[in-house]
Design a protein around this ligand. Structure first.
Ligand code: MF3
Ligand code: CO
Length: 254
């Protein structure tokens, strides 16, 4: 099901996207040993509310889940996504993903970035680079005339060629008037398969990649998704629009 956007719609999503970018990057600059994940939430949520935005995450309640209790998801080390900010104190060597959405004037953008805390291991460095590069390889395939499977194929091939695993239970998604609309964008797939991509589509591409095995678990908070084997996991996400100008990234601050 396609929710096609006009040029004006895309520009409104870009306004939300700029706020999301600023929230994540400002919180990211505060990442350091001794900082709590709740402090990162405070920084990001203040930027969104000061910009006249609200959170599409806060109160979000898919069937069978308690309402999500924060404006950001902050996921450390073996936490893949949907970590709830709180008292955890970051320490050198951790990696921390900050995932954040904003709704402004009825339009939503969604993005995530994983940051190193102090000096991290060579494995963690490699995981961050490979996951970030996988995102951009996926974005490069997101163009009119391609299919959803072309994105997943590019992401999967890059991750697996480095010995890492794709998390399969969670996907990218259409985004616009609502946080999750229309398409799912898996981070694995086959070239030339899946829904055709066309101008006016807007969606989030978000590789979640484990340095170990791909199986997942969920913590008792009913939100935090972790790697079952405790291995490190990284997450990078951009909201993109397919337009007559090509593929535009709406959450890179431009
Ligand atoms: N960026 C995530 C997603 O797109 C976060 C949403 S979970 C929420 O699915 F509950 F926080 F909204
Ligand atoms: Co998302």
């Amino acid at each position: 099901m396609a929710h096609l956007k006009t040029r004006a719609d895309v520009e409104k999503m870009r306004i939300a996207g700029r706020v999301v970018h600023r929230a994540i990057q400002t919180a990211g600059k505060a990442v350091a040993p001794g900082v709590t994940t709740a402090q990162l939430e405070d920084i990001a949520s203040s930027i969104i509310s000061d910009s006249g935005g609200t959170s599409p995450f806060l109160g979000y309640a898919p069937q069978g889940h308690p309402p999500y209790p924060a404006w950001t998801c902050i996921s450390v080390n073996s936490e893949i996504v949907h970590g709830i900010p709180g008292r955890y104190v970051l320490k050198a060597g951790d990696i921390v993903s900050i995932d954040c959405g904003a709704e402004i004037d009825g339009w939503i953008a969604d993005s995530a970035w994983t940051f190193p805390v102090g000096k991290i291991s060579p494995l963690a460095e490699r995981l961050l680079k490979v996951t970030q590069d996988a995102l951009f390889k996926g974005i490069a395939q997101a163009k009119a005339g391609h299919r959803v499977g072309d994105i997943g194929h590019a992401v999967q091939r890059h991750a697996e060629s480095h010995g890492f695993s794709i998390i399969r239970e969670l996907t990218g998604h259409g985004v616009g008037r609502t946080l999750h609309e229309g398409l799912q964008i898996p981070n694995y797939g086959s070239r030339g398969r899946g829904t055709p991509l066309q101008c006016g589509m807007t969606f989030a591409i978000e590789p979640m990649i484990s340095a170990g095995r791909r199986e997942i678990g969920c913590l008792d908070d009913e939100w935090t998704i972790v790697t079952a084997d405790g291995s490190l996991s990284a997450h990078f996400e951009h909201t993109v629009a397919i337009t007559t100008n090509g593929t535009e990234i709406l959450t890179n601050g431009e």
